[in-house]
Design a protein around this ligand. Structure first.
Ligand SMILES: O=c1ccn([C@@H]2O[C@H](COP(=O)(O)O)[C@@H](O)[C@H]2O)c(=O)[nH]1
Ligand SMILES: [Zn+2]
Ligand SMILES: [Zn+2]
Length: 631
């Protein structure tokens, strides 16, 4: 495909798109990995410099085996990027690949091994990234940090950047994961790029590592000297890519923005973010935008920047963004290929083969049980019968028994789990070894404290009242942000409110905005008419960002994310006993700091000592439950 036709792609006739789509469907092999929707795909806008971005992959390199919408695997992604690089080279523009961390925890491919990641990281590293950095999931366990330092940093060499995370070497000294920054020239356009990479202010890293908050780094000598060494006239673009949300509500990049603009008042700057698992694009100023590209190999982010654009322009004239669904329909479309044979590359196919071998070796498809219907993290409200937390709280957690004899065991128990410990929906169908890690990969043991009932019942509500952004208690180093899956605070909620408001303001547009979920509206008429207008679309991301709502490469019926609380409780209490009765409070050891923080703020001054309650991980408990019950 000629780049010219891509540049003018907005004018591409619908018929051409349909022909390509039909061709795509008629090719061998592809059906099993492509979504059923025949909806048209919005083209990418290419420019002088272009980026493909992944983040928070969490080991999903085998693709989503039961969701065709995200059915491509890492081998397909490698074929895609090879195709895209060819387009870029043929048009003498640049294409750079960026990843912003979190490669562990969330899929059998990474977590069913000891140490976790030992099979998945070499697969990830087959992708030829230009810029790679670290996420918090590379830092919980020392063994993962060591893999990162010994393997990923070595694999990517000068392309691995971390401006604020360090590793303790054999001499006991801290040295950066990779380089602290990179200044380089792009191969085709010869653009001069200065690049930094930051992790958010993460405090639960293992002792073999060190995270310096961004707010401190920007005062450090090396950082300021680097800015001075590369003044504005020597820099065509600054790229800051990091494991930090790009949302306006997140302070760190705003702080960085102030400093960068002092030194580079007019230089074009692009942020790439991560961690909160959403698609998002934000405008910081007319020459600075941020892109965030979702999670779990559901999305590949795209941003293109016109480096030649000068003058007082709106950011829309300089930057363009897209969120590409991680499937072969999208990959073929954007690479301009009409058949799988043309699209696939040798390197991509080799990686697909390796993934299949590893999945078989790890028995990820082995069936352990069966689930009769879907259970969702947040596509339904917390009290809905198909809410996964409701299933856990009502039925699964009460089956947990202590793994050892405990003194003074109470018949009354309250279980508290942080909702962030559940990573993904539980789908109808076979419950496999893979499912075990997809739903909850963490190997968190359970702790118990015994408290008067009047106190015990206040912990959960107190933690749920603690806000997300403002909940840090620096004195105690407690950060309640960790309790909740961050996408709950995503742009999506804000945007949905905007959409609702829009519907109210412009009732005539009502049916242009489909219902957000089957549970959103009680209005049957709305449901029926909306479903007529969207019958051709599959359910998926509908992203509303600072550039509007046309960023998703594939139009979808939107899903809603209902608000969920920081923690969910399961209570086994006796209404006959009084407020002084002793209750066992059982929680993951992982959130003990938060529990003690809540007790302190509730005003409970007694000394509390926790004991090990159980070594049965939540995913083991769930697995036995699925095997023994019809759910
Ligand atoms: O052992 C653990 C480690 C982490 N969590 C939860 O995970 C999320 C953070 O994941 P991101 O992918 O970085 O967003 C956070 O909510 C932690 O509480 C856990 O539950 N157990
Ligand atoms: Zn993540
Ligand atoms: Zn993260």
């Amino acid at each position: 495909m000629q780049l010219n036709s891509i540049w003018t792609s907005n004018k591409t006739p619908v018929i051409a798109t349909l022909i390509i789509t039909l061709l795509v469907f008629s090719t061998r092999n592809i059906g099993k990995k492509t979504p059923d929707s025949l909806g048209s795909i919005r083209d990418l806008k290419w420019s002088s410099i272009n980026f493909l971005h992944t983040t928070d992959t969490h080991g999903w390199y085998g693709g989503h085996t039961n969701q065709k919408l995200y059915g491509a695997d890492w081998g397909d992604f490698i074929s895609f990027t090879e195709n895209m690089r060819s387009i870029a080279n043929s048009q003498n523009v640049d294409l750079l690949l960026v990843d912003t961390g979190d490669r562990h925890d969330g899929n059998g491919l990474t977590d069913a091994t000891v140490p976790n990641g030992i099979e998945a990281l070499p697969i990830f590293a087959k992708q030829d990234y230009d810029l790679v950095t670290i996420g918090n999931h590379e830092l919980y366990l020392y063994e993962n940090s060591k893999q990162e330092f010994d393997f990923i940093v070595q694999e990517y060499g000068n392309n691995y950047i971390s401006s604020n995370v360090e590793y303790k070497n054999n001499d006991g000294d801290f040295e950066p994961f990779g380089k602290k920054y990179k200044y380089f020239t792009t191969p085709n356009q010869k653009a001069r790029i200065l690049s930094f990479a930051f992790l958010f202010d993460f405090t639960r890293n293992n002792e073999g590592t060190k995270v310096t908050p961004l707010e401190d780094v920007i005062k450090e000598k090396w950082f300021l000297e680097t800015l001075k060494k590369h003044p504005g006239q020597d820099v065509d673009l600054i790229v800051v890519f990091g494991h930090i949300p790009i949302a306006h509500t997140w302070k760190e990049l705003l702080v960085l923005h102030q400093v960068l603009r002092e030194y580079y008042p007019e230089t074009k700057i692009q942020y790439f973010g991560g961690h909160s698992h959403i698609r998002d694009f934000t405008i910081f100023d007319s020459n600075l935008t941020g892109l965030q590209s979702g999670r779990y190999c559901e999305s590949v982010g795209w941003v293109s920047i016109d480096l030649s654009a000068t003058g007082d322009l709106s950011p829309q004239k300089i930057f363009a963004r897209s969120y590409i669904d991680f499937n072969l329909n999208s990959f073929l479309h954007h690479s301009g290929q009409s058949s799988i044979e043309e699209f696939e590359t040798e390197a991509g196919n080799n990686v697909t083969r390796t993934i299949n071998l590893v999945r078989n070796k790890l028995h990820l498809n082995d069936v352990l049980g069966h689930v009769n219907r879907n259970y969702y993290v947040d596509y339904v409200p917390l009290d809905h019968p198909q809410n996964l937390f409701k299933l856990l709280a009502d039925q699964v957690l009460p089956t947990l028994q202590p793994t050892q004899a405990l003194k003074n065991q109470s018949d009354e128990r309250i279980f508290i789990i942080n909702t962030g410990s559940i990573r993904y929906d539980l789908y109808k169908g076979p419950y496999t070894i893979d499912t075990r890690y997809i739903v909850s990969p963490f190997e968190n043991e359970w702790a118990r404290i015994t408290l008067p009932k009047s106190i015990a019942i206040r912990i959960g509500p107190f933690l749920n009242k603690a806000g997300y952004i403002l909940s840090q208690d620096k004195d105690n180093e407690i950060d309640n942000r960790r309790l909740l899956p961050l996408h709950q605070y995503s742009q999506r909620l804000k945007q949905e409110q905007q959409l609702r408001a829009k519907l109210e303001e412009e009732p005539e547009k009502k049916f242009q905005y489909p219902a957000f979920s089957p549970f959103f509206s009680q209005d049957a008429e709305f449901q029926n008419e909306a479903s007529i207008t969207r019958q051709k679309l599959s359910k998926g991301y509908v992203t509303h960002d600072d550039f509007g709502d046309d960023g998703d490469d594939t139009p979808h019926k939107p899903v809603i994310n209902f608000p969920i609380t920081n923690v969910v409780e399961s209570k086994q209490l006796d209404i006959e006993t009084g407020e002084h009765a002793l209750v066992d409070v059982i929680y993951y050891k992982f959130i003990e700091g938060n529990i003690l923080w809540a007790l302190k703020h509730i005003g409970y001054d007694e000394k509390v000592e926790s004991e090990l309650y159980s070594t049965t991980y939540l995913n083991q408990l769930l697995e036995v439950f699925v095997q023994q019950n019809e759910i």
